[in-house]
Structures are given as structure tokens and as C-alpha cells.
Design a protein around this ligand. Structure first.
Ligand code: GLU
Length: 560
């Protein structure tokens, strides 16, 4: 094989990587090479392992370095990218006349999770673009679903995300405002106090029929309202309902509950109130009083928007511009606050930042950067079409951010010891970062017993293949002890593998994986001098170092 072919493979691998977010697909590169150089088809046993090893190398570089490398080796291959490259920008909002007022409205049931970050980022992007205010309103009108710590955790999460909140409000401070408007709606004849059985009321609505309470005279409604507020009804015996059109073609929009009775104590206001607003009442009133110009919410709130518009119309209020983005399905992730909380209490999860959860705290702990989350949602946009969340895409965006700063180290899981015979002393060096020679090398000299450790998996492979390359050090032949066998890298072309290794100059390392398991092994000792939190363990992935002490290091796996 000509030396030149390696360069050609590398260039195609770089090109493929640059087009696909930093990850070249070895199969695509194989297809390309065999397509362009049919002579190699008969030598696939030789060429495919070579391609695989070059692709692996290229994939560990990170998108920025790949682009730079291709720019200097074969810029023509980048040209296609220019055509393909899209710059993502959110669409303009309608009716922007000066500063905007927007909001996020989390329920304080726990800290934020990755799903909540979408609405937070979208609103933040627009307020930063147009200027104005971004309000965070705690919607705590269901006392049974509140975690008091969430009032502190949510602002911390927003701050970490880089979402800049102008003002915070708490709905449980504002009950009198909701009562005031409700009373006005009753006086207008646009709301009623209903004492029907809830199922009967619903069935009547489904049949487009008014319940017996709906058309009672206003005076009687007001008397009932006073009784309601005074606590003369039990929970569930009466509700205040806003009238819409009882024959509305969309059954979900027909008459909706505005106030209900709740005697469960509230973590902030205790038993001060028994009349609790339902979201359509409190949200419409607050959005009006806080002078929202634009409201961005998920499509699941579309019917709520229709309901809330009745309140705007009855009160003669100007409506904000409403936007409803499509739903997002986030696969393989624990997002349910109540379940996470239960698992924390049961001692199964370590806390809200347990890596098995999708909380913002878990993202932070895993080394996912807020800039990556932001880019993900900006690129997802605001369209009404439902989307599938891709962890791989988020990881790709994160890799682009952290790759440059993440120095490379070897980690050997479940280490197996080999002593090497046949040489006095072996020295090897590898750059801390292949794109940053100025950062220097990791250099090791192995003498004395000449002991190395490789992972149990690699050890098995070594015993089968009989020969292995200790990456950036030398080749060895299988045996007890193993035997030094030169430093000729061309053994890789013969199909032998290069493996990560550590010498006695190593420390214990534990890596907490996203499934909660712990990969245990040894890391090369130079990692103790590393000042950055993010490192890349070659062939393992990116890891955020969480703890370093005399026992070694503990890291959290980010992604490959
Ligand atoms: N608290 C609601 C939520 O977070 C508010 C949604 C809205 O009104 O847009 O789902």
C-alpha cells in the first residue's frame, strides 16, 4: 500500500467528520475509498482495519480541530460544507414595538430538567435579542406538588443555564388579585359557582348542555361565592367556573374551572387560603398584570390559550402574542420530578444531580455545558411540529465546546498486569492534546520491572492476537512475561491493535457512568497535574473530574 493512501483516507475521514458533527462513519469512508480506488477491493482485509484506525483517530480530534486539519491538508474537500452549512437563528417575533416582556412559569415541584430548558432558552434568546424583561413566575397553586427547595433550586439552575431573569414572582403571594378578578367575572355573568357532581357537570358539557348552576342569577352566584370563600363548602363540593361557549366545537374549551377548594396546607402560605386558582385563571391574570407582550409555550397548552382568551375578552384586556412550539420527546431519561424525589428519599438516587436523571444539575455534573444546551434548542427552533430529542446531537455540540480544552489521558479499566522482557528501559511520549503541541507531552520511562497495565478487555484480545501495540510506547508479544517487540507502528496495518496502558506511575480512577455503574481502573499519573475539569480518556470518552485526592480521581462520564 502506498503511503499516500493513508493521507487520502485521513482526508476523507476528516471530510466525513466535518460534515457530520465531528463523527466520521468508518463505513462511509470505506465506501468512498473502495469506490475511488477499485484496486483496493481485493485488499479489503488490509485496508478496512487501516481505515477504522484512522477514523478512530480522526473522531477523537473534535470538530474544530478536524476542520482546521482538513483546511491545511485539502481545503477543497471543505467546499461542499460551505453549501451545506446552515446558520441557525430563531425566527423574528411578530408585533415587536420596543422592549418585550416575556416569562417562564415553572411549577416549583423540583429543580429544572432538560425538558424545561427549552422554554427558558427560547424566552431568554428573545429578550436578549429585543431587550426588555424576562420574568420567572413560580406557579405554586397546587400545594400538593411543591418541593420548598425548588424556590431556590430553579433560580440556581437558570443562572447556570445563562438565562437572565429580570424579576421573580410567586403566585401564592398573589391570591387576592385572582379573587378580585374572579368576583368581577361573576358580576359580569361570565363565571358561576357550580355545586354539581364533577362527573355530571362534565357529561353535560360533553352534550353541550348547561348544568343547573350555570344560569342561576348573578345575585345568587355572588352569595354562593361568599360562601365558597368563607369555607362553607367542603373540598370538591363546589368550584368557580368561567363560562365559554357551552356548544364550543372543541369540547376542551367549553366552560373551565377557575377556583377550587384545597385544604391541604401550602408550604409557603400554610392554611391562609382555601380557594386555589387553577392555572387558566392565574396564568391569564398574571400575564395581563405583568404586561406580557409575547408568550411562548408548548403546543400542549394550546387549549389553555383558547380558554385564557375568554378571560382577556371578558375583561377587555389586550392579548399577548402567543406561540406554541411542538412537543419534544426525550428518550431514555428520568424526568419525572415526583419519581426522582421518591428515589432520592429511598436512597436509590444520590440526589437531584444523580447522573441517571435528566435534571439540569445532572447535566452540569456530567460536564454538559450550558452553551451546548442553548445551541441545541436554538437549532430546534420554534416550529409547531413535534420533535425527538437526540442525546447524540447534544453530545456532539458539547464535544465541540469541550474538546479543545480537554487534554488526553490513558485510563485502563479492570487493569491486568504485564511485565515486559527483552529491553532495559522503554520511553514513550504523547501530546497532551494533538492540536496543541504547545501544551507539551505526557512522557513516561519504564524501567526496573518494566510493568504496564492494560484493560481486561484488551488483555483478552492480546492473548488471542499474540501481539499488541502499547500506544505511543512500543509493541509487545504475548507471554509471561510479555516480550518487547520493537516500535514499528506498521503492525497496525497488519491488523494488530493499539491499546491504552499505564505504568506503575498511575493512580486509581473511578468513572461514574450515566447508567449509575462505576468503571474502575487506573489512570496515568500526569492527570493529577491537570487543571482543567474536562479530560478525554482515549477510547473511553470525555470525563469531568469531580474529585482528586490521595486515593486518586473520581470522574463523571460525559459522552464519547
Ligand atoms: N406552569 C405552566 C407550565 O409550566 C405554565 C405554562 C404556560 O402558561 O405557558 O406548564
Amino acid at each position: 500500500m502506498s503511503d499516500n493512501i493513508e493521507e487520502i483516507i485521513r482526508n476523507y475521514a476528516l471530510q466525513n467528520a466535518v460534515f457530520f458533527k465531528g463523527k466520521a462513519n468508518p463505513k462511509a469512508v470505506v465506501g468512498k475509498i473502495l469506490g475511488e480506488f477499485p484496486d483496493y477491493r481485493s485488499k479489503s482485509a488490509e485496508i478496512i482495519p487501516l481505515i477504522n484506525s484512522i477514523v478512530e483517530n480522526v473522531n477523537s480530534m473534535g470538530l474544530e480541530a478536524q476542520t482546521k486539519a482538513l483546511e491545511s491538508s485539502n481545503p477543497a474537500l471543505l467546499a461542499k460544507k460551505e453549501k451545506k452549512e446552515r446558520t441557525y437563528e430563531l425566527p423574528q417575533l411578530d408585533n415587536v414595538n420596543g422592549p418585550v416582556v416575556m416569562r417562564i412559569a415553572p411549577g416549583p415541584s423540583g429543580p429544572l430538567h432538560i425538558g424545561h430548558t427549552r422554554v427558558s432558552i427560547l424566552n431568554d434568546e428573545y429578550v436578549k435579542r429585543y431587550g426588555g424583561k424576562l420574568i420567572c413566575r413560580f406557579e405554586d397553586t397546587n400545594p400538593e406538588k411543591i418541593d420548598p427547595d425548588a424556590y431556590d433550586m430553579i433560580p440556581e439552575d437558570l443562572e447556570w443555564l445563562g438565562v437572565k431573569i429580570t424579576d421573580y414572582y410567586i403566585q401564592s403571594d398573589r391570591f387576592e388579585l385572582y379573587y378580585d378578578i374572579t368576583k368581577q367575572l361573576i358580576e359580569q355573568g361570565n363565571a358561576y359557582v357550580c355545586t354539581c357532581n364533577a362527573d355530571d357537570w362534565r357529561h353535560l358539557k360533553e352534550a353541550k348542555q348547561a348544568c343547573p348552576c350555570r344560569d342561576l342569577p348573578v345575585e345568587e352566584q355572588l352569595e354562593r361565592y361568599d360562601k365558597f370563600m368563607a369555607g362553607d363548602y367542603n373540598d370538591g363540593e363546589a368550584v368557580v367556573v368561567v363560562k365559554t361557549a357551552i356548544d364550543h366545537p372543541n369540547p376542551a374549551v367549553r366552560d373551565f374551572v377557575a377556583l377550587r377548594l384545597v385544604r391541604h396546607p401550602h408550604p409557603r402560605v400554610g392554611t391562609k387560603y382555601i380557594a386555589y386558582p387553577m392555572m387558566n385563571l392565574s396564568v391569564a391574570i398574571d400575564d395581563h398584570l405583568m404586561e406580557m407582550t409575547h408568550v411562548i409555550r408548548g403546543k400542549d397548552h394550546l387549549n389553555n390559550t383558547f380558554r385564557q382568551e375568554y378571560i382577556y375578552d371578558y375583561m377587555g384586556w389586550k392579548k399577548p402574542n402567543f406561540y406554541h412550539y411542538g412537543l419534544v420527546n426525550i428518550p431514555d431519561t428520568m424526568l419525572k420530578t415526583s419519581l426522582i424525589k421518591k428515589s432520592i428519599l429511598d436512597g436509590e438516587y444520590s440526589g437531584w444531580d444523580d447522573v441517571r436523571t435528566g435534571t439540569v444539575r445532572a447535566m452540569k455534573r456530567r460536564g454538559i455545558k450550558p452553551e451546548a444546551i442553548r445551541r441545541y434548542w436554538v437549532e430546534s427552533g420554534m416550529k409547531a411540529v413535534d420533535i425527538q430529542f437526540s442525546w447524540d446531537n447534544l453530545y456532539g455540540m458539547n464535544r465541540d465546546i469541550i474538546d479543545d480544552g480537554a487534554n488526553r489521558y490513558f485510563f485502563v479499566q479492570n487493569p491486568v498486569r504485564y511485565d515486559i522482557d527483552g529491553i532495559e528501559s522503554i520511553s514513550g511520549k504523547a501530546p497532551l492534546h494533538p492540536d496543541h503541541p504547545e501544551r507539551g507531552n505526557r512522557e513516561y520511562t519504564i524501567d526496573g520491572a518494566k510493568t504496564v497495565f492494560i484493560s481486561a478487555d484488551d488483555s483478552k484480545m492480546f492473548s488471542e492476537s499474540g501481539k499488541v501495540r502499547l500506544k505511543d510506547l512500543c509493541n509487545i508479544d504475548y507471554g509471561t512475561p510479555a516480550k518487547y517487540s520493537g516500535d514499528d507502528v506498521s503492525i497496525l496495518r497488519q491488523g494488530f491493535k493499539a491499546v491504552q496502558w499505564v505504568s506503575r506511575d498511575s493512580v486509581e480512577a473511578k468513572i461514574l457512568m450515566p447508567d449509575g455503574t462505576v468503571a474502575e481502573g487506573l489512570a496515568e499519573i500526569r492527570i493529577m497535574d491537570e487543571t482543567n475539569d474536562e479530560v478525554q480518556f482515549e477510547r473511553v470518552g470525555f470525563v469531568r473530574i469531580e474529585k482528586k485526592d490521595s486515593n486518586g480521581i473520581t470522574g463523571i462520564f460525559s459522552h464519547r
